[in-house]
Design a protein around this ligand. Structure first.
Ligand SMILES: N[C@@H](CCC(=O)N[C@@H](CS)C(=O)NCC(=O)O)C(=O)O
Length: 299
């Protein structure tokens, strides 16, 4: 039976539709995704950043069709199918795992551009301490995005007057997640390797940390559209002690939403407004939506 989730528009629009059309032919790498999904957008951004050949396959994960379940027992997108020698196929899922896999599997910087997690080219057996630390710091802040910012986004977006928590509480919690992220970028500027001038989490260098958050940066306007008071980032000049921290956020945000790979994987704004109404009304039966409603950690 068609539901609010299964009846979503079945194809991307705008820039994402053009990109999908250019990646319709069969390839050893196949990305199963839904145009509306921020977790999918992470994987799609990495495929683009690494200049890979891939096939984009649009599906609706809420329909739980056999093809998806055979590849991913969790029945979620993104799912990546990879062809190995002799035509043997294996699948990976979980956006963070897929992104790290692609960065490691296609590590040749000449062909695939700079690594997305700091990596050491030190001779075998020699560990380059600073690089190893920076990689761990990236994973720490990816963990912050996964466990604080992303759940906070859904808690705020799914807030309705019927909830046992107030919208102010949800907003304060979400803003704290963003502010802590911005503070980390400010604190590390110039102090750590790779954090030379530049808008990204690592300064001049774009990394997986930026990939992990960019899809939700693109979707912040949905909270402004649907929720009274919106995201509530204080305005310039009204930020008190936090003027510098939020200026650092603004800088990251502008760079993230304007990154070529982020724009190329984006459908038309109004389609997201339609697709996210089920979150704003708290009527979605998606696993993310249900977990948020029940106060459980996200799938
Ligand atoms: N932790 C997963 C979450 C993926 C996810 O929740 N994807 C949604 C679409 S945005 C999905 O496939 N939902 C199907 C469902 O809820 O049944 C990841 O990072 O890949």
């Amino acid at each position: 039976m068609a539901s609010i989730d299964t009846s979503l528009l079945p194809h991307p629009t705008g820039a994402a539709a053009e990109l999908a059309a250019r990646h319709a032919a069969p390839q050893p790498l196949k990305l199963y995704g839904g145009w509306f999904c921020p977790f999918v957008q992470r994987a799609w951004i990495v495929l683009e950043e690494k200049r890979l050949e891939y096939q984009h396959i649009e599906i609706n994960p809420y329909k739980k069709e056999g093809e998806l379940l055979a590849l991913n027992p969790r029945g979620l997108v993104p799912t990546l199918s990879i062809e190995f020698a002799a035509g043997k196929r294996k699948a990976l899922y979980e956006s963070t795992v897929i992104c790290e896999y692609l960065d490691e599997a296609f590590a040749d910087e000449e062909r695939h551009g700079p690594r997305l997690l700091p990596s050491s080219s030190a001779p075998e057996g020699k560990v380059e301490e600073a690089t190893v630390f920076e990689r761990a710091r990236c994973r720490l802040w990816i963990n912050h995005i996964v466990t604080k910012i992303v759940p906070g986004f859904y808690r705020l977006l799914q807030h309705t007057p019927r909830k046992e928590y107030s919208i102010e509480e949800a907003r304060a919690e979400f803003l704290k997640g963003l502010r802590d992220f911005a503070q980390q970028m400010l604190d590390s500027s110039g102090k750590t390797r790779g954090a030379e001038e530049g808008p990204w989490f690592l300064g001049a260098r774009f990394s997986l940390v930026d990939v992990m958050l960019a899809p939700w940066a693109k979707r912040l306007f949905l909270i402004d559209h649907y929720k009274p008071g919106g995201v509530g980032i204080p305005k310039k000049g009204e930020r008190g002690e936090d003027e510098e921290v939020w200026a650092r956020w603004d800088r990251w945000f502008e760079a993230a939403v304007n990154r070529e790979s982020v724009k190329a994987t984006w459908s038309d704004d109004e389609k997201y407004i339609e697709a996210y109404k089920r979150y704003a009304d708290d009527t979605t039966q998606s696993q993310v939506g249900q977990a948020t409603r029940q106060g459980r950690s996200l799938p």
